[in-house]
Design a protein around this ligand. Structure first.
Ligand code: ATP
Length: 234
């Protein structure tokens, strides 16, 4: 679960400051997708950055389960992010020279042992292949990114975000590079994985109109000028 408790974030802006998040209260529960939408500049990316512990708010608490990422030192926030947070971006950001399976194996601790041999390496490959099957890419582990469609590349990015079995999934505009059908499929996949794995998923999108056929997107919050619609979800 992610809990934003009275979170305010400002940035320097010339002589003054611009308010990106203005006393935000929001709960992102486990096992459901919470959709965050709103116009450009309304504060959506700022909320994700704060949840990931990449940016420290001026005030308020940001709880990942029971840990307040807003109060952790940068190194502790980075460790928490590695262990408990999965992130999916607008572009899949895959490494062009690596196979699909190796995109998963280079993650963190897996990367360290993936260079090894024997039993452990076999287990990790099996883990990667199982994840690829889970996102609908069964048997495509040996392909490289240029041999995949945009929707398939985004699925690899989702599988990569799940390598460490995160409890929190932060997803930033995953469908903006996809046609409507592919966009709906990718979000359906996120809804299913969120339910099956029990992750607290926060999905930022401009694309709500194209996604209204997707079941399981009932929790929608809108931002404008750094504030959430009232009543905020609790
Ligand atoms: N590093 C920064 N320095 C100064 N101002 C910033 C910075 N980051 C964001 N802002 C400002 O904070 C506000 C919120 O920006 P944010 O990027 O969170 O909005 P957004 O809703 O994600 O926009 P978009 O949909 O265009 O990505 C905007 O006014 C933006 O100009």
């Amino acid at each position: 679960m992610i809990t934003f408790d009275d979170v305010t974030l400002t940035h320097p802006d010339g002589a003054g400051r611009v308010t990106a998040l203005d006393h935000v209260h929001l709960v992102v529960p486990d096992g459901a997708v919470t959709v965050l939408t709103g116009p450009s500049g309304s504060g959506k990316s700022s909320l994700l950055a704060v949840a990931a512990g990449l940016v420290r708010p001026d005030s308020g608490r940001v709880l990942l389960d029971d840990d307040d990422v807003a109060r952790l030192a940068p190194s502790a926030a980075a460790a928490l992010r590695r262990e408990r947070v999965g992130v999916v971006f607008q572009q899949a950001n895959l490494l062009p020279s690596l196979t699909v399976r190796d995109q998963l194996l280079v993650m963190g601790e897996l990367g360290a042992v993936a260079g090894g041999r024997g039993q452990r390496r076999r287990e990790l490959r099996e883990h990667a292949d199982a994840l690829l099957a889970e996102v609908g890419l069964d048997g495509l582990g040996r392909r490289r990114p240029h041999q995949l469609s945009g929707g398939q590349r985004q699925r690899v990015a989702i599988a990569r975000a799940l390598v460490h079995a995160p409890s929190v999934l932060l997803v930033d505009e995953p469908t903006s590079a996809l046609d409507s059908e592919r966009a709906a499929e990718v979000v359906e996949l996120l809804v299913r994985l969120t339910r099956e794995r029990g992750t607290a998923t926060l999905l930022v999108t401009h694309d709500l109109d194209r996604l209204n056929s997707v079941p399981g997107l009932e929790r929608v919050v809108r931002m404008s000028d750094g504030r959430l619609d009232v009543p905020a979800l609790r």
